[in-house]
Design a protein around this ligand. Sequence first.
Ligand code: FAD
Length: 500
Amino acid sequence: STKEKTPQICVVGSGPAGFYTAQHLLKRVEALCSQPKVLNSPALSGEGEDLEASQPLGPTSCHPVPQQHPQAHVDIYEKQPVPFGLVRFGVAPDHPEVKNVINTFTQTAHSGRCAFWGNVEVGRDVTVPELREAYHAVVLSYGAEDHRALEIPGEELPGVCSARAFVGWYNGLPENQELEPDLSCDTAVILGQGNVALDVARILLTPPEHLERTDITKAALGVLRQSRVKTVWLVGRRGPLQVAFTIKELREMIQLPGARPILDPADFLGLQDKIKEVPRPRKRLTELLLRTATEKPGPEEAARQASASRAWGLRFFRSPQQVLPSPDGRRAAGVRLAVTRLEGVHEATRAVPTGDMEDLPCGLVLSSIGYKSRPVDPSVPFDSKLGVIPNVEGRVLDVPGLYCSGWVKRGPTGVIATTMTDSFLTGQMLLQDLKAGLLPSGPRPGYAAIQALLSSRGVRPVSFSDWEKLDAEEVARGQGTGKPREKLVDPQEMLRLLGH
Ligand code: FAD
């Protein structure tokens, strides 16, 4: 029967990598089966296309084209009771337009050949070997859930936390709801100069009334309303030419209501000549920094800056050495920074200490030097130095039938669009292997086998229609206060609402 021939594929993780991989697998297998119709479809032309448009094509529409592959079925397993990974728990609440990708993911989940199973942690509730037994292929798309540690003395002091935890806290990630950051200090220091660092700085400095109509959690908004933080420093080991943030995020900071930038013109000496050689996006970014640091603002901007009660600054050529304790030793009270200078050129530019030190007083230290993937299962190879699953174009090394996509494949850098491209590529490799007969032949039980295992272990998965009930509940809770949603932050409450 068709069901017996259906390739059963499983994806672990429901962030952009998981959903884009699933989208590619469903679309491509379908396209192979129904070329004449699909070629005529104006809808099929890249990101955001309407998957449902090709839905009515059931298995019978494969005729008269010879049947190369029966249609694949894709199950997506997710450890949270809710889908979408960092689109829900990472992307800043004041960037709602970025979250529109959720509409595309929802279309994928609505495909009759795709199922979402939340509340299932792979590696704990079910193992990777069990999944490989039940499916023809398994794609690991579980992201990067850890943060890179600073590895300096004082890191464990109260008042120090990872940007990752801070972001999780304001975005409603269940495990970070107890964070309770103390914002009673005047100055916060963020170690790192990437987009996540800028997101965190912006959330700390945005007037809270501007966040009221976002999906930031009620608890976080309450704490931010009481915040006394006036100044945020973003510290980087290298210089203005090496910052890791992008121009859109920088522009937003420069225009942030009620806040002014602090940049030291001395950091920009000689840069005018150097930027001639750099690629265009970097050039435009550096020019904006340079103008902000060195040009006198016009009267309107000068007045805006003069009336600003908050400030943010980029501290270049500084490498953190120690988090300094308060006199009673109970809290963080500053960061000791080694002054650096650059050696080498282009990609190889390194920061080396000059021997000078500087202490930067602050009451809050947020480390934003990167996310890190964890190994998921002892049976899966893992490169702990690079923090990725070793792979060639998404095929996990030495493990046939096992694939990876997204941050766990490439490392924790790149925006959603980058993750989309790389997930499509993994999907393509899997389909090539399927076509070449490299995946196990014969039927596989897919979810039926896993469901039995989960049920014997007392795990109750959350389906996509369950998520849609939670989604409706969140939207309803937000309505009273003009928010797009009030996120549910307690998994127990979510399961209770679903009657689990
Ligand atoms: P994730 O999105 O992390 O998804 C991984 C999923 O796997 C998660 O849902 C996780 O719960 C699940 N999972 C983990 N372990 C298991 C397990 N054992 N079993 C089952 N499931 C598991 N990009 C933009 O384009 N615009 C932005 O504005 C933007 N803002 C960002 C802000 C922050 C703070 C961060 C960190 C990133 C941001 N990005 C942004 C980048 C973007 O979020 C990533 O490119 C993308 O989310 C990576 O996708 P992924 O699927 O690999 O990982």
